[in-house]
Design a protein around this ligand. Structure first.
Ligand code: BTN
Length: 235
């Protein structure tokens, strides 16, 4: 079932609050958010009418610990459908950002409580260049990248169809196959990066995407592992 809101604090917050009454694969969709949340305690700029803000409730088939992986696979689904249906040159950036070049197009935030898991997706659909300047990091939208305004409801239907078909694959075969595709799509092995993490910033070369989704990085001070944060590629 899809629950639609003209305005909400945050679709993730709503889903977590109402989790007991919600069912597996219910969707909370909002036209705007007054308290949209990003990863690492950031704000997610959520003006009305422009973009997609939705959360999917996962209750049945996954152990909660897999939420890092599940959001990675959802990022892969979003990136795939934007490539195939809109000819956008999307790439994935660890852990689960969908990018066009150096600019972010879509972010994903997984949150959970005892009753279930919520995967929140924020996709910039029709934000104009002017509006994008309100975001404090390089960002883009589908309409800016394609040069023409998009039908938001069509984008929603296409993205949801792809996500649900990925979820079906997970239900039937588990995560392994899709995770290999995700690791491959990241193209991060042997790349030099600058990592901005809750534990501090450092530079190094990525050696492995670990089995829990974390990155193993070779730094001047030895090997480090990061599970959360942002990475920037450096030459
Ligand atoms: C990120 O920082 O990259 C994650 C952004 C996630 C934004 C979406 S919009 C819908 C859902 N509700 C929220 O408050 N956040 C997520």
């Amino acid at each position: 079932m899809i629950y639609r809101f003209a305005e909400i604090d945050s679709t993730n917050k709503y889903a977590l609050r109402e989790m007991a009454a919600l069912s597996h694969q219910d969707i909370i969709l909002a036209n705007s958010q007054t308290d949209g949340r990003g990863r690492l305690g950031r704000q997610w700029v959520s003006p009305p009418a422009d973009n997609l803000y939705f959360s999917i409730v996962i209750k049945d088939f996954l152990h909660i610990e897999q939420n890092a992986f599940l959001s990675a696979v959802i990022a892969l689904a979003v990136s795939t459908v934007l490539k195939e249906k809109y000819q956008l040159n999307t790439t994935l950036k660890w852990p689960n950002d969908v990018m066009i070049g150096e600019k972010k197009l879509c972010g994903i935030l997984a949150e959970s409580n005892k009753q279930g898991l919520v995967i929140g997706v924020g996709l910039n659909v029709n934000m104009t260049g002017d509006e994008l300047t309100k975001i404090d990091r390089p960002a883009t939208s589908m309409s800016v990248a394609l040069g023409v305004k998009q039908e938001r409801e069509d984008v929603f239907n296409n993205v949801i169809a792809e996500i649900f078909s990925f979820l079906k694959v997970i239900e039937k075969q588990g995560l392994a196959q899709l995770l290999l595709l995700w690791q491959d799509a990241l193209q991060i092995i042997d790349k030099k990066i600058e990592a901005e993490t809750p534990g501090g910033n450092f530079t190094g070369v990525v050696k492995k995407v670990d089995n829990d989704g974390g990155l193993l990085i070779e730094t001047a001070a030895g090997q480090k592992k990061i599970l959360a944060g942002d990475v920037k590629y450096v030459a």
